[in-house]
Structures are given as C-alpha cells and as structure tokens.
Design a protein around this ligand. Sequence first.
Ligand code: ZN
Ligand code: ZN
Length: 250
Amino acid sequence: MMHLWRELCWGLRELLYPHEGRCPLCLGRVASDGPICPACKTQLFAWQYRYAPCTVCGRLLPRPGLCRDCRRERPPFLWARAAGPYEGALRRAIHRFKYAGRRYLARPLGHLLNAALEDAATVFHTELPPFDFIVPVPLHPRRQKQRSFNQAALLAAELAALRGLSLADSMVIRTRQTLPQVGLRRPERLANLTGAFAAVPGVTLENRRVLLVDDILTTGATLSACSEALLAAGASAVCAVTVATAFGRF
Ligand SMILES: [Zn+2]
Ligand SMILES: [Zn+2]
C-alpha cells in the first residue's frame, strides 16, 4: 500500500515537474553529486559487507568462492559482474525502466554498469581487458516491438559512451522466440534458450574480446546462450556486466 502511494505521488510529481535532478532509485531525494543520491549509494553498495560475488558468474554468495552451478559446470563467459542484488531500490528502478518505459533511467543505470565493471577490475587485480565490442543481449523482434525498445541496448549504449568503446548492437540476433524465463527452473531455463541466439551471418569475431550487457542475471542462462553464439563466431573471450544479479547457492 505504501509502495503504491509512493509511486502515485511520484507519478504526479513527474507530470508536474521534469524528472531531471531526482535520484532514480529512491525517487524522492535530489541527487547532488552524481546520478544517484548518497543515501541510495550507501544502501546499494551495502551488500559488499555481507556478500561476495561468485568468482565466475558474479551471483552473490555469503562467502568468497564459486557458486554451486559454476562448480558443476563453468559458464562459457569468463566472468560476469553486477552493481548489486536484484532487490529493493535497484529492482524497482529496473522495473520502472523496463516495464514503465522510463527510458531516461538508462543513464543512471549505465553508470551503475560502469561501477560494476570497475569492481571487476578490483576483483581480478588487473586492468580490465581491452574489449573490442560492447554487445547488448538482443530481444526477439516481436518482443521488442511490444516494448518498443530493448532495455539492454539502451544500457549498452550508455556504457559504450562512458568508456569510449564501440557498440555492436546488431551482431547477435535471437533466432527464435523463447518462453519468458520468469518462473522457469534452471534446467528449464537452459533448455528454453539452447540455440536461441546466433551471430548475424557473415560476422566474424576472430580474436575479438566482447563485453555482453544485460539488465539482470538470474541463472546466467541467457548470458551463457548469447556467449556461445559469440564464441561460435570466433570471439576469443566473452565477459558480461548486468545492472543487478541474483543470490547464488554454495
Ligand atoms: Zn536515492
Ligand atoms: Zn557462479
């Protein structure tokens, strides 16, 4: 109820005043020193005191190491990292961005992707590998028509601009429409996406390093299927960043 009331108030304010200058996560306070207000920044990065990302897939674990899924079978991407858990303010911001069509959220969320990438550099005690392309996870054309935009493509464009990297948003396509991943269990998710992506015919990625971008990592099935398509087209390495990630299991 409180949540609905807050959304309503915010909706009204948005009609009356432009959205600029407001923190995209809490909706209320004014962002002073960057795209996100200091209170949200503190809350957003609080997970770092309680969780550590799985070394490979980046899902959050109670202690450092590999999650159960990555121990069983390594995903085809080298690593994936996210800005924070898919909950609270971050979850609400992604929902508003994706389902309520608030495209301007691509900018602050793009900054969060950049923060996730910086975090990856610290984790691996290295400079980030020089990526040749930033590739967003594609939507099926029919889904994109329904939503009128691909959230991953908007995020990837922001990140590419922030880091001065080249955006390649038509290198991979979705070859068939898949069931929504929500509500499916891990084996079903993997089966649902097998062969669902392919590099555009004629595209060769010999010795290219690719950074994949999506909004959320849940099981990693989407990023895995997409990585396989890129590797099949010759890519030498694929890494991934998402705005949010799930909690993993040891
Ligand atoms: Zn805030
Ligand atoms: Zn993992």
